[in-house]
Write a protein that binds this ligand. Structure first.
Ligand code: ADP
Ligand code: MG
Length: 397
């Protein structure tokens, strides 16, 4: 997959109407409908400001939630238009429809330096079907398409992919940064390249493991999925997470690592408990000798030492998936130790995955990580080496 795509800096935006796909899928308070975090709106500002300063008229669009092609007014983007206006310090017009008469009229009247936000793209049934008619309607309002919603580039929808059939398409700063940092890590990493993989399920991560085995020098496997590997090797894992039907795959993965000369590290000890709860008493023990009535909820102290040791001197670290049930304080230690070791490693560090990103932020290491990917599903597919349709449709540099 080619990650070297044109950005807004590579094209002339002056005097143009620009259709800007943003990720304004912000969390809302269920009771009041108020925006509970405007992080995604703030993140979009640099691209919008750049476009405005360079004489463009910005027609922003985004999805919000899953209205499934219906006008569900609790998922209207109107509150986002208001908040965006406050953050930009200028008026943001709002269209009551996405490609209807209001949108068309307001887009037509839009002048350089002005911003219009269209109503939720998913109010249109054609959005998630990547309907070419809808894409054409969206595109008809603009002369250039800018993709800046990284969290949606793995989905081929009308506003993420379809429009690029009808308009020249480039990336905004958010997408450009994701491509630059993650693309470089996968294609031309500073070595040694260490991949740290965790999280709940082997089935969620097996394609990431497979792809990173072809790229990394060391692959570390922790979190809930590690127990399937331990069991497959003949260990006793008690009631720990197990995907019975993934044991063969686990053994194949171990064999593939050996064949490729990739160092693959598994936990050697664990913090186990009698039950899955925040107040469960953690007991450190051999990861392959967990009693029948106990479950492993975090990596143990010897494993922390082993894994952190493997990070020393790393040139690049990609991390996807927590080492344990970090939501419970007693079992957050392994994840915290890894976050800290990665932050202090001096390596180019990339965190992908919603829960891993949340953990790093909660634990206060975010500012020492090179890049925290904003796209949960998109970054996972990126790390799997899959072609992202919302990236593939952008112009090559
Ligand atoms: P990400 O969102 O970063 O890709 P995942 O969604 O794959 O990560 O996994 C995160 C979840 O894995 C967390 O909710 C965490 O509690 C869970 N988890 C990690 N280790 C264990 C474990 N040993 N047992 C049960 N769940 C675990
Ligand atoms: Mg997750």
């Amino acid at each position: 997959m080619n990650y070297n795509k044109k950005t807004v800096r590579d094209v002339d935006v002056g005097g143009k109407r620009i259709l800007l796909r943003c990720d304004f899928n912000v969390p809302l308070d269920k009771a009041t409908g108020a925006i509970t975090s405007d992080k995604r709106i703030t993140a979009a500002l640099p691209t919008i400001q750049y476009l405005l300063e360079n004489g463009a008229a910005v027609i922003a669009c985004s999805h919000m939630g899953k209205p499934k092609g219906e006008r569900k007014m609790e998922l209207s983007l109107a509150p986002v238009a208001k908040r965006l206006g406050e953050l930009l310090g200028r008026e943001v017009m709002f269209a009551a429809d996405t490609v209807g008469p209001d949108a068309k009229a307001k887009a037509e009247a839009l002048k350089p330096g002005e911003v219009l936000l269209l109503e939720n793209t998913r109010f249109e049934p054609g959005e998630t079907k990547n309907d070419p008619e809808l894409a054409k309607e969206l595109a008809s309002m603009a002369e250039l398409y800018v993709s800046d919603a990284f969290g949606s580039v793995h989905r081929a929808h009308a506003s993420t992919v379809g429009v690029a059939e009808f308009l020249p398409a480039v990336s905004g700063f958010l997408v450009a940064r994701e491509l630059e940092v993650m693309g470089k890590a996968l294609d031309d990493p500073k070595r040694p390249f260490v991949a740290v993989l965790g999280g709940a399920k082997v089935s969620d991560k097996i394609n990431v493991i497979g792809n990173l085995l072809t790229k990394a020098d060391t692959v570390i496997i922790g979190g809930g999925m590690a127990y399937t590997f331990i069991k497959a090797q003949g260990g006793s894992i008690g009631t720990s997470l197990l995907e019975e039907d993934k044991q063969a795959l686990a053994l194949e993965t171990l064999a593939a690592a050996q064949e490729k000369g990739v160092k693959l590290l598994l936990p050697v000890d664990t913090l186990a408990a009698k039950g899955f709860s925040a107040d469960a008493q953690p007991v450190a023990m051999d990861v392959a000798a967990i009693p029948e009535d106990m479950m492993g909820l975090d990596i143990g102290p010897k494993t922390v030492e082993l894994f952190c040791g493997a990070l020393k001197g790393a040139g690049t670290v990609v991390w996807n998936g927590p080492m344990g049930v970090f939501e419970f304080d007693a079992f957050a230690g392994g994840t915290r130790a890894m976050a800290r070791a990665i932050a202090e490693s001096g390596a180019v560090s990339i965190v992908g995955g919603g829960d891993s990103a949340a953990a790093v932020e909660q634990m206060g290491y975010a500012d020492r990580i090179t890049h925290i990917s904003t796209g949960g599903g998109a970054s996972l597919e990126f790390l799997e080496g899959r072609e992202l349709p919302g990236v593939a449709c952008l112009q090559d540099r």
